[in-house]
Ligand binder design. Sequence first.
Ligand SMILES: Cc1cc2nc3c(=O)[nH]c(=O)nc-3n(C[C@H](O)[C@H](O)[C@H](O)COP(=O)(O)OP(=O)(O)OC[C@H]3O[C@@H](n4cnc5c(N)ncnc54)[C@H](O)[C@@H]3O)c2cc1C
Length: 383
Amino acid sequence: MRLTFTTEQRALRAEFHAFAKSEVAPEAARHDCEERVGRALIDRLAEVGFLASLISPAHGGRGLDHLGYGLLHEEMGRACSSTRSLLTVHDMVAHTVERWGDDTQRRTWLPRLTAGTAIGAFALSEPDAGSDVAALATRATADGDAYRLDGTKCWISFGAIADVFLVFARADEGLTAFLVERDTPGLEVVPLAGMLGTRGAMLAELRLTGCRVPRANLLAGPGRAHPFIVTEALTLGRYSVASGSIGIAGGCLAESRDHVAERGLMEHQLVQRLLTRMTVHYEAGRLLTFQAGELIWERHADASMAAIKAKYLAATNAAEAAHDAVQVHGAAGCTPNHPVNRYYRDAKVMEIIEGSTEVCEGLIGRFGHADVESYGAASPKTY
Ligand SMILES: Cc1cc2nc3c(=O)[nH]c(=O)nc-3n(C[C@H](O)[C@H](O)[C@H](O)COP(=O)(O)OP(=O)(O)OC[C@H]3O[C@@H](n4cnc5c(N)ncnc54)[C@H](O)[C@@H]3O)c2cc1C
């Protein structure tokens, strides 16, 4: 089996690569240093259709398919993980609205999200509930034609600038998803600074105190967020992070290959081993990631587990590749603003977000064993 691209997919990849190289990569060190992605780049991302790129053209999106989406996020991950993070969380919100929203919600939000006039952020994590969704404590209390939200959400990427938050809270009926507009009374946004990696991702804490959200802003009704909305959003997020991680791994390989050639290090067998590991892990991660993309787009029953496996492999590969890339570069890799310095810190974050490495291992170890006997057999399961 070989990963082959159609002419159209090759053209998409060339487009994404050219944009990432000319407009994103040159800004990456600044994003990292100034801890922000600038408005001008966000506007450009919207202009070329990279924000909410999977949304259908009927709602203003580009309607990318699974491979196009993965290729875009791979190129963005290689150029700048903070920018790729913006696409990830924004797209998780847009996709949730398209998939689970009603007509009014779609008409209200999708044109704004695709045009970039509204930025979306995904608010699941809490101070005492990161990996463990069952521990979420933010409360939603019915109050006439609204719900009152009380609780704290933390580590919310692009929370500092988002216009609309997809907030998960516990109502009497169970976990419920709300679209919360930034200017809603009772919502306080507290920006965070000084993160280890994806430093331009403009994280924020959200403090919800009697925050009154109209019932019209519920997605799919009370108690309907788990498992479907949360799982589907996280599956997309994991595919994006997996794609971004192979971008990091590819960037590490390219930087290391060039440095090794320039410094005449290729004759050392232990350096060859580092490049070998980077190469085969990059290729393996890419195959597993794009296979997951295909299953996600087919709404296959194995899609969620495929995304967990792809994210697990791609993130751990990226972390190892970044570690080895700094090693291959020696002191040069430790200098400020060197790409491998940034890859090293960003790759660590990939092992924590969208299901930590250990959480993925727990899920794959318990529920995700490969079907060794019938591997590759057709199983057109959809959900
Ligand atoms: C840069 C960045 C951006 C983020 N952006 C967002 C965002 O936009 N929206 C959002 O909602 N959240 C976001 N997060 C939060 C992120 O999703 C959580 O950090 C992540 O889910 C881990 O949760 P935690 O930090 O509470 O760690 P914990 O869940 O407390 O985990 C701590 C350690 O224990 C391990 N562990 C926990 N549970 C298990 C288990 N069941 N089995 C084995 N090991 C386990 C973990 O692997 C980890 O090593 C972001 C985090 C970072 C760092």
